[in-house]
Design a protein around this ligand. Structure first.
Ligand SMILES: [Zn+2]
Length: 391
């Protein structure tokens, strides 16, 4: 007899699927026939084995049942999915291997079973086997987007960027806005590898390819700007850096130092100060105020920077602005004021450092390094400079 109180936790999830399968059996065969009676008896036997944790015997019965009526194969897929989600990939693999081994498996279900078995292997971390299965799916069903997307995931995991690009390009035509940024990131990865090898031509070629597939690729613009700077072509580097404002202004804080360096090389502080002022009016960017203040001080002197910060704070009050203004003014203050300034400063510094420098816009992951592929949610290009202060 089935004792519900002794059922393992996972079986509570499996139970509705089995009941559905049972219902389908009766529906397809007519509940009054002797055949249906035998099948339902078999079904209960299988259910009993399953609930008593004798999966091997249970699966034998279920596979025989599906062979007598392939229409109920969906319930096997549902079962497999539940096992997989529950981390019991070995059981999911048994179900799907049992199906694929049946000579009577109708051809129309073959790709689906291979796909499900591929998911099982992915879940178990057996990438080689999963890759083989997804490739086999493509032999049976050349248009399978699921097989391609999973192959891309495998190649991405293995950092085999050439193979990932080859497969992703097949999907690009149908879905450029989704696939383009992915291909673009793969080319940026190749550009990074070329950079390590010192192959300047390949860096530029791959960065250009990245922009071809995603014209908003900040990463490619950053790489090209770096190459231009290495060639001392600062005008070109400025164009490439300023393009980032159109691509995704939130990344600008990452390149402000390079931008300032380029203008310094061209000895054009007026153009730099004008651009920084325009940026400040349009965007609320972490670190911009601090860098702007340093440039004002360097080219216009201390009075000018205090004047700049005071005006800026009136227009846009911020902790960061207060902090910098205090730093600039503390030298002129009396001994009592200095102590107060220092207390305030350390409190403000603490507030600023309570946050991370970068944050994933997709999952909220925080880091002090810029990751192009979020280590937490595996999204590309979502980790961006974080706003470190409250306005
Ligand atoms: Zn994330």
């Amino acid at each position: 007899m089935i004792d519900l109180s002794e059922m393992p936790g996972w079986s509570l999830l499996v139970l509705p699927v089995l009941i559905l399968a049972f219902w389908l059996l009766l529906k397809n065969r007519g509940s009054g026939s002797g055949v249906a009676y035998n099948r339902s008896a078999e079904y209960f036997k299988g259910l009993n084995y399953l609930l008593n944790d004798e999966q091997g015997k249970a699966l034998d019965i279920f596979v025989k049942l599906v062979e007598s009526d392939w229409e109920i194969i969906d319930t096997h897929f549902a079962l497999g999915k539940i096992f997989r989600k529950n981390g019991e990939t070995d059981k999911a693999i048994k179900i799907h291997q049992g199906l694929i081994a049946r000579p009577s498996l109708p051809e129309k279900y073959r790709s689906r079973v291979l796909l499900e078995l591929g998911y099982d292997y992915l879940g178990a971390g057996w990438f080689d086997r999963a890759e083989g299965l997804f490739k086999e799916v493509l032999i049976h069903d050349q248009s399978s987007e699921k097989a391609r997307r999973n192959l891309i995931l495998i190649y991405q995991q293995e950092k085999d960027w050439h193979k990932a690009i080859d497969i992703a390009v097949d999907l690009f035509g149908e879905n450029p806005s989704d696939i383009g940024p992915m291909i673009s990131q793969y080319y940026c990865e190749l550009a990074d590898i070329a950079k390590v090898k010192g192959d300047v031509n390949q860096v530029e070629h791959n960065a250009q390819q990245a922009l071809r597939y995603d014209s908003a690729s900040v990463r490619a613009s950053m790489m090209l700007a770096e190459q231009s700077m290495n060639r001392s072509d600062y005008k070109q580097a400025i164009r490439q850096i300023e393009l980032i404002e159109e691509q995704d202004a939130e990344f600008l804080p990452v390149v402000l130092d390079q931008l300032i360096e380029c203008y310094d090389h061209l000895n054009d502080p007026d153009a730099l100060l004008k651009y920084l002022g325009e940026l400040e009016d349009k965007h609320d960017l972490p670190g911009l105020l601090e860098k702007h203040a340093v440039v004002v001080e360097r080219y216009k002197g201390k009075e000018a920077v205090i004047d700049y910060l005071t005006k800026r704070l009136k227009k846009h009050p911020s902790i960061q602005g207060m902090h910098h203004l205090l730093a600039y003014r503390s030298n002129d203050a009396s001994a009592g004021d200095v102590a107060l300034f220092l207390d305030l400063k350390s409190a403000l510094v603490k507030m600023e450092h309570s946050n991370s420098e970068f944050q994933c816009h997709h999952c909220g992951f925080q880091a002090n390094t810029l990751y192009w592929l979020c280590p937490s949610c595996q999204s590309w290009g979502e980790v961006k400079p974080a706003i470190v202060e409250a306005a």
